[in-house]
Design a protein around this ligand. Structure first.
Ligand code: ADP
Length: 380
């Protein structure tokens, strides 16, 4: 199948055309500054016209079979990818308050495709869906039930498409059937999240009601005492200011002056104390969570690293695994330094369980899920 994968942001639109049979990427691109003037497209409809114009050459040979959308928030309703119709689009739109930066843009992307290619099947693949298997004791916050009933305040978790894809590849590499697989998966990119996988299902994850909770990220603080927010508000900061502070101006950027792991490792090696501390805080907090999730899954059969930092930073992986001696983990220094685009083991045979690096590919996962939904629907 030839699938157009769309990742629509508020002012940007990333796309790829994938052949799901050969796994070939046939086209890809990024359109930026949507609705911001200055030569950018006026809206998502105009952006989609630009995508279509860019694809004219390859579509002349063979048309698209389907479109797969990355949708950030699927709320409590969506536990798997779905074929989009008007009712589904409105449901995604009703989740806008839970993901005010993302879902409105996803809906604009869906509507722009509907307007352009009304007959083309579209599938929504949700970033939250993999975490719909969390037990209630993992998704509940210890606050009055009315907050859940009135506002939907609970843990949802994100990066689900990546966690599920990576978990599947890791199980395959180890020759363990997915329903028997227990693992801790660390998605370490600009956004960072950890997932506890038990029997192939997500049973806990570090991001919560929003992607702010949990680990230290590129520009996000992760966990902190919630009283700090109240304190800051009493100091006169507005909700928007606190939002910007914790989502855009915190994390590695605040600790080390930038959010590029390569630069931070280099600075630390050159003796920069801020960079050193940033790495200590980040690796320490991640190691603590990994220890907790080892318990959550009833004993992990693998620790899996993925995404920009997880796949590429041997130095950061070493910092984390060095803190996990209590779990009996031992990194193979040579294997850890090897660069490769393939899933691989980076621990020694003496390690209590293997440490893996598995490259993520959210576009591939979305394309495959889209093809599966469309084929499944046709067969019915
Ligand atoms: P996003 O969440 O934006 O998709 P990525 O998964 O691309 O992010 O990860 C971005 C992070 O990966 C950055 O901190 C970047 O410094 C880091 N990174 C990318 N390549 C390397 C590398 N070769 N070595 C160390 N860190 C890397």
């Amino acid at each position: 199948m030839r699938v157009l994968v769309i990742n629509s942001g508020s002012s940007s639109l990333k796309y790829q055309v994938r052949d799901t049979t050969t796994d070939e990427i046939q086209a890809s691109g990024l359109i930026e500054r949507i609705g911001e003037g200055g030569g950018g497209p006026a809206n998502h409809g105009v952006a989609m016209d630009q995508v279509a114009a860019g694809l004219e050459g390859i579509l002349a040979q063979k048309p698209l079979d389907a479109v797969g959308h990355r949708v950030v928030h699927g709320g409590e309703r969506f536990s798997e990818p779905v074929l989009i119709n008007n009712e589904i689009t409105r449901s995604i739109e009703r989740l806008n308050p839970l993901a005010p930066l993302h879902n409105p843009a996803n809906v604009l992307g869906i509507r722009a495709i509907t307007a352009k290619w009304p007959a083309l099947p579209q599938v929504a693949v949700f970033d939250t869906a993999f975490h719909r298997t969390l037990p209630e004791y993992a998704w509940r916050y210890a606050v009055p039930d009315s907050l859940y009933r009135q506002y939907g305040i609970r843990r949802y978790g994100f990066h689900g498409t990546s966690h599920e894809f990576v978990m599947g590849r890791a199980a395959e590499l180890l020759g363990i059937p997915v329903p028997d697989f227990n693992a801790v998966v660390a998605h370490l990119g600009n956004g960072v999240s950890l997932t506890a996988v038990r029997g192939g299902a997500s049973v806990d994850t570090s991001m919560g009601f929003t992607p702010l909770e949990g680990l230290v990220m590129g520009t996000r603080s992760g966990d902190l005492d919630p009283s700090i927010l109240i304190f800051l508000q009493r100091q006169g900061l507005s909700a928007d200011e606190i939002d910007t502070l914790l989502n855009r101006d915190s994390g590695l950027k605040a600790l080390a002056g930038n959010n590029d792991m390569r630069a931070i490792v280099e600075a630390a090696e050159a003796g920069d104390a801020h960079a050193r501390l940033a790495l200590d805080i980040t690796s320490y907090r991640l190691a603590k969570y990994i220890g907790g999730y080892h318990v959550a899954v009833g004993g992990a059969q693998a620790l899996v690293f993925t995404a920009g930092i997880g796949e590429n930073s041997a130095a950061f992986r070493a910092l984390v695994v060095d803190r996990l001696g209590a779990l009996g983990l031992k990194l193979d220094a040579v294997a850890n330094l090897e660069r490769s685009g393939s899933p691989r083991v980076v621990s020694t045979p003496e390690s209590a369980f293997p440490v893996l690096v598995v490259p993520t590919d959210e576009e591939r996962a979305i394309a495959e899920a889209t093809a599966a939904v469309v084929l499944g629907t046709e067969q019915r």
